[in-house]
Ligand binder design. Structure first.
Ligand code: PLP
Length: 399
């Protein structure tokens, strides 16, 4: 047996463990300091009542012979896929049911989709980035090129015809930068993909945070995207499903490479390697799309949005450059005074007990940036921002 030595090319994923180590060391020495966590990428509000009730009812169904469900369809139950179809229709995106695949979350599908692509393909990934895109391709040994996201392009890199790529990752609203592509910018990517016979893997995990009506929530709002894109969605941040696990992936019927429809390949892949999401979870997911469910999750998102507003208002007052926060739960700020991100991390921890995420953990272009998230409580977010204001106003030199 020979192991997949591509795994040797993975960098140790030390970001969150290193953060935990530094916080724990600090707390041992300063047990009196209250720690406020502003780096968490997990949700903190519980599931909404519509979802909980639907899952309770589904559990009851499973306990009775006449409503018991065994293996379900690998692509998901129609009751959920029809809801997802209707959700897309609200933004004038017409999907066939066969184009929607229910999954246990976006992360699995983002990794598993690579089964469909030759390992000789070149992959284009923005930097900084959600690390899963890089690592899943390194595991397969694919060549990766990076698209620079930086302050000059608002952390939204655009296609460059001198760079040839077969597989392109786009995450909008973006993790970690919170930046969101507008329609014209996404159109450029779609045109580039069509011109170069490339596929776009569009990660829409944060689409529910978009408030600006003009911003696209789905790549399929762009003409031509159904011939070049696959979209990954998640109920994790939309409805607090990080621990419940449910998402969906849209693979258009019109997506064809080397004479093979990717939709057929994905169906074949899923029916071979995946046995579907549990009935109980899919019933919970269905409830997310009901009128009551929609209203309840909107309240939760509004709560997180209030945190984002507290953060961006504080940064505005301090004159600190940032992206995100309006249509995203992430705020990506430039570290004051040209500091590198780990130095800024240590400073916030030691001086005010606030924990964020150093940008360096997301790629080289994150070295001088820092991610704050809106998933804390309103009280703690306000407290953390007041402490940040007092700290940075102490010394104008920080700017
Ligand atoms: N895509 C992005 C950009 C994310 O930030 C995350 C989770 O943080 C995921 C996908 C994973 O989502 P899921 O919980 O559905 O696996």
């Amino acid at each position: 047996m020979r192991a997949n030595i591509n795994y040797n090319h993975l960098k140790e994923s030390y970001l969150f463990s290193e953060i935990a180590r530094r916080v724990s060391n600090f707390s041992k020495i300063h047990p009196e300091t209250e720690i406020i966590r502003m780096g968490i990428g997990d949700v903190t509000l519980p599931l909404c009542s519509s979802v909980v009730e639907a899952m309770k009812q589904a559990a009851e169904d499973m306990g009775k012979a006449d409503s018991f469900h065994g293996y379900g369809p690998e692509q998901g139950y129609d009751f959920l896929r029809e809801r997802i179809q209707a959700y897309y229709a609200e933004n004038d995106v017409a999907l066939e049911l066969s184009e929607i695949f229910v999954s246990d979350g976006a992360k699995s599908d983002l990794g598993n989709i690579l089964d469909l692509f030759d390992k000789e393909n070149t992959v284009l990934i923005p930097d900084p980035v959600y690390p899963v895109y890089v690592d899943t391709n390194l595991m397969d040994g694919r060549k990766i090129i990076f698209a620079d996201a930086n302050e000059n392009n608002g952390f939204l890199p655009l296609p460059d015809d001198s760079v040839l790529a077969d597989i392109i990752y786009i995450c909008s609203p973006n993790n970690p930068t919170g930046a969101v592509y507008n329609r014209e910018q996404l159109k450029l990517w779609v045109e580039y993909a069509l011109r170069n016979h490339a596929v776009i893997l569009f990660d829409a995990a944060y689409e529910s945070f978009i408030v600006d009506k003009d911003l696209p929530r789905s790549i399929f709002e762009i003409d031509g995207a159904k011939k070049c894109a696959i979209e990954f969605c998640s109920l994790s941040k939309t409805a607090g499903f990080t621990g419940t696990r449910c998402g969906y992936t849209v693979v258009p019927q019109t997506l064809e490479f080397d004479g093979i429809q990717l939709n057929h390949m994905w169906l074949r892949r899923q029916t071979t390697k995946f046995n579907g999401v549990s009935y109980i979870v899919q019933k919970g997911a269905e409830a997310v799309f009901t009128k009551d469910g929609r209203e309840q999750i909107k309240e939760n998102i509004a709560y997180y949005r209030k945190n984002a507003k507290i953060i961006t208002s504080a940064l505005d007052k301090l004159g600190i450059w940032y992206t995100g926060g309006k249509n995203s739960p992430y705020i990506w700020l430039r570290c004051p005074n040209g500091m590198d991100s780990w130095t800024f991390f240590d400073m916030l921890l030691s001086e005010i007990g606030v924990v964020g995420t150093p940008g360096a953990g997301f790629g080289k272009n994150g070295e001088k940036f820092f991610r704050l998230t809106a998933f804390s409580t309103n009280e703690n977010t306000a407290k953390a921002m007041e402490k940040l204001r007092l700290l940075l106003e102490k010394d104008d030199g920080y700017h």
